[in-house]
Design a binder for this molecule. Structure first.
Ligand SMILES: [Ca+2]
Length: 109
């Protein structure tokens, strides 16, 4: 994944790059919605186009977040609108909202 720089209005901003190539600003990964989807779909191990509870837990672990099982439960609850236990493409916006609150991810629109 190519490394990109995003403009920031904060002069004290320090952008770092972690191993996954996603820019990290003040400890937050900064990405667009498209990049968020691309990032989360890396964890779609069975390639069914949905993020299951187990797949979400792997994604949460990859961010280095604590309490990954608790956050997984919370994230599925927050994003899984049709209650089928997995997060599909139409539920990505809700998942992105969860990620911004819990996973130190910032989505830029
Ligand atoms: Ca899947």
């Amino acid at each position: 994944m190519p490394i990109k720089n995003y403009p920031t209005d904060n002069k004290n901003s320090r952008t770092e790059y972690k191993g996954d190539g996603v820019p990290v600003d003040h400890g937050k990964r900064v990405m667009t919605m498209a990049e968020f989807k691309e990032w989360i779909m890396q964890f779609d191990k069975d390639k069914d186009g949905q993020i299951s509870r187990d797949e979400l837990r792997e994604a949460i672990r990859a961010t280095g977040a604590w309490f990954s099982s608790r956050k997984t439960k919370h994230g599925v609850k927050a994003a899984d609108m049709n209650k089928n236990g997995a997060i599909d493409d139409s539920e990505m916006t809700a998942l992105a909202g969860f990620a911004q609150k819990e996973l130190r991810i910032q989505i830029i629109y």
